[in-house]
Design a protein around this ligand. Structure first.
Ligand code: AMP
Ligand code: MG
Length: 422
């Protein structure tokens, strides 16, 4: 029998006892990362996407007073006879912003517009479509109405003193509108975290330069820049760092002096030119994680001074996967936002997918809505961790949990959307 090499564990193995699970890695990130402390008070328009620092309590009722939900006639329900038509006298008009000064007595009605204050004495608004005007100008209304009809009550949206936006909420456009409805012009939000990032590799060439044999263009800094630009963070691009200990130390020292979070790509595996880990060990504290996911198993996590460091793998797809699964949650925690589990949808697989149990896999897919109303998903071609077009053609990850042992067409899978433009 011929001699064989006994391989040591590697990223080609479906499972590795030294690997931690996805949820374990997330728990460690949550435990280690501390939210930024500082806040700033900003005009509410500038608060979009920012994290609210203190619970916002309403200074008053919204709406402040009862008003009409319809164009029609404000009446006292007691004016209506129990059966048949009642004729009422129109005594004036209430406009939005221009209340009717008098009071609406029995047998009377006030012409009213949407948003106008309900006149004294009235307790219902009859839609104009449900009323008739007779030749003498009397308003005819039948008995089919009830007190409170078409009236927006004071405080029915927000009660005075009620908490409208909790601390730790990332503000969306509706929140800006709600703040404005309370009359608030400014809000205190957490400051933006500062994120510095760099690529590592002697093979990397910047775009615009010519490509010599053995070199490749640095793509990671561009996909990273794109992903970071969608988040409320300040970005520092530290360029390409060459594969030697001094350059790595310099880059990390520079980054740590400016950033809350430092992200590198490449140089975290076990090759001879992988300098990230030793440099981090020298300057700060480090944990090297092998995470049971594919792509993106190796990840270096650590701290230099007050800065968090996340060393992502070098392969371009692994960079984007680990960013979405680990860096984004880290940024959420850093930002002071509440961490939420990713939104997963169920979809019918249109392709077969080979997989061995042992790790979480993030295949790249294109999901569409089928005619029967269910999501369906197909792979975006070859799925190697260097095949970045598998990401750019995708709108979702096909998330195959560790125990999954392969997918047949028609099987149900989970998908996680990341891009609605595809
Ligand atoms: P490494 O982890 O440094 O061994 O890199 C793994 C693979 O990813 C190698 O094929 C690298 O050439 C490639 N790679 C690393 N960094 C980048 C980058 N910034 N852009 C494109 N490919 C990269
Ligand atoms: Mg490298």
């Amino acid at each position: 029998m011929s001699e064989k090499i006994t391989p040591v564990p590697s990223c080609a193995d479906p499972s590795d006892p030294a690997s931690i699970s996805l949820s374990e890695a997330l728990a460690r990130i949550e435990a280690r990362v501390l939210p930024v402390h500082a806040c700033e008070r900003l005009p509410i328009r500038e608060c979009l996407g920012r994290v609210n620092n203190e619970a916002v309590k309403s200074p008053h009722n919204v709406p402040p007073s009862p008003n009409s939900a319809m164009d029609g006639f404000a009446i006292a329900i007691a004016s209506l006879r129990p059966d048949g038509i009642t004729e009422l006298e129109e005594i004036g008009t209430a406009y939005a912003g221009l209340p009717f000064a008098g009071s609406c007595g029995k047998g009377q009605c006030v012409r009213i517009m949407t948003g106008a204050l309900i006149p004294d004495g009235a307790d219902a608004v009859i839609m104009q479509e449900q009323a008739e005007v007779d030749a003498a100008g009397k308003i005819r209304i039948d008995s089919d109405h009830r007190s409170g009809e078409n009236i927006r009550q004071a405080g029915e949206d927000v009660r005075q003193g009620e908490t409208v936006i909790e601390a730790g909420v990332r503000l969306n456009p509706a929140d800006l509108g709600v703040l404005a409805s309370l009359g608030l012009s400014q809000l205190q939000v957490k400051r933006k975290p500062v994120v510095a990032f760099f690529s590592t590799g002697d093979e990397l060439v910047a775009v615009g330069e010519s490509l010599q044999p053995g070199k490749i263009y640095d793509s990671n800094r561009y996909s990273l820049h794109g992903m970071l630009s969608r988040l409320a963070v300040d970005i520092i691009d530290l360029g390409v760092v060459r594969d030697n200990p001094e350059s790595m130390r310099d880059a990390l020292t520079r980054a740590a002096s400016q950033a809350d979070l430092i992200i590198s790509t490449g140089g975290v595996s076990v090759g001879e030119a992988d300098y990230v880990k030793p440099a981090l060990e020298e300057l700060g504290t480090t944990e090297f994680w092998k995470i049971a996911i594919k792509p993106g198993r190796p990840l270096t996590f650590g701290q230099i001074g007050a800065s968090i460091f996340m060393g992502l793998p070098g392969n371009p797809v692994a960079v984007m996967v680990t960013f979405s699964q680990f860096v984004e949650p880290a940024i959420e925690v850093l930002s002071g936002a509440r961490l939420r589990p990713p939104a997963l949808f169920r979809a019918r697989a249109l392709d077969a997918m080979r997989k061995k149990p042992g790790r979480y896999e993030f295949q790249r897919g294109i999901a569409t809505l089928a005619e029967d109303g269910h999501w369906q998903v197909r792979k975006t071609g070859k799925q190697g961790s260097g095949i970045l077009t598998s990401m750019s053609r995708a709108n979702c990850f096909i998330v195959l949990p560790d125990d999954n042992a392969g997918v047949e067409p028609g099987d149900e899978v989970s998908i996680q959307f990341f891009d609605w433009s595809r």
